[in-house]
Design a protein. Structure first.
Length: 294
């Protein structure tokens, strides 16, 4: 004897549930699109304003350009005492030195905390983590006095040399978490083959740290390129200005401000950051996901 299962009757409640399941993804994407538009509106408005005459920038909050002014980019490029390319090169020099310093020093410090045994290891690791919570305004005065006595003011040295001393504790912690995820059996195998601690670091650990190193590179690039406070403190000669400090020079409290040129050069300064994030997005996500910081 067989039993025949009758089809379940479709009720109004189940029909509404099915309809809601079909509509919900569309509503979710619509809400995300609206939120993205709200976040991107200031950037889009800045790009549009860089193509407007100066007297129309703050009159119309819309995104339509009635009178295209490409000359804002030409005027902004040569508006200051030096061509804007000079400030781009200055920022590039500081960024390059900071990236090299963080990659070298932070990777070595992270290897020491993750693999080596030394006296006070946990204490110094805790001290390193505490420095993450210290704002730059707390240490900027003693640092300025120290660098002033060394004769480093108005040079790139105060912005680059500290990076060689593993002062960015966030990157040290990020790399420590990554190295702890590497099996210690690899260290033992390398030690059997005759590698010392330096050889294990260079031949085993460092090649496996590419995602963490890429994440450090991208974050260092973005943070250093956009840094304004420390560069304003240490750089006083207009020839040594970086991009953020040079953009501040467009704003004059005692005279009229060239807003069109300011927005035009702001757009130019965003291009390297956009390209760095676009090209390194895959490494950035992979590096963060594999370090335990999720």
């Amino acid at each position: 004897m067989t039993t025949e299962t009758l089809p379940r009757p479709v009720t109004a409640t189940s029909g509404a549930t099915v309809a809601w399941r079909r509509i919900r993804p569309a509503l979710t994407h619509l809400a995300l699109g609206a939120a993205a538009l709200v976040m991107l509106y200031p950037v889009i408005w800045m790009v549009v304003s860089s193509l407007r005459p100066g007297n129309e920038i703050f009159r119309d909050p819309g995104l339509l350009v009635r009178d295209l002014q490409i000359s804002n980019y030409r005027l902004g490029w040569n508006a200051l005492t030096e061509p804007f390319s000079r400030y781009l090169l200055n920022s590039a020099a500081v960024v390059l030195g900071s990236i090299i310093g963080n990659l070298v020093s932070c990777s070595m410090a992270a290897y020491a905390f993750a693999r080596l045994d030394f006296t006070g290891k946990r204490f110094w690791f805790a001290i390193m983590l505490v420095t993450i919570m210290l704002p730059i305004h707390v240490v900027i005065v003693p640092q300025y006095i120290l660098f002033s006595q060394a004769g480093w003011i108005n040079t790139f040295l105060p912005l680059v040399i500290p990076k060689l001393l593993a002062t960015d504790a966030f990157f040290v912690f990020l790399m420590v978490q990554f190295i702890r995820g590497i099996p210690r059996e690899l260290d033992e195998a390398a030690r059997i083959d005759g590698c010392g601690k330096g050889g294990i670091f260079l031949r085993v650990i460092l090649p496996l740290m590419v995602p963490a190193l890429a994440t450090t590179t991208i974050f260092t690039f973005i943070w250093t390129w956009n840094d304004f406070f420390s560069q304003l403190i240490y750089l006083t000669d207009p020839k040594m200005y970086t991009v953020p400090v040079a953009l501040r020079s467009f704003v004059d409290a005692t005279a009229s401000t060239s807003w069109g040129s300011l927005f035009a050069m702001s757009v130019v300064s965003l291009i390297p950051v956009f390209l760095a994030f676009l090209l390194g997005q895959r490494f950035l996500i992979k590096g963060i996901a594999t370090t335990g910081i999720k």
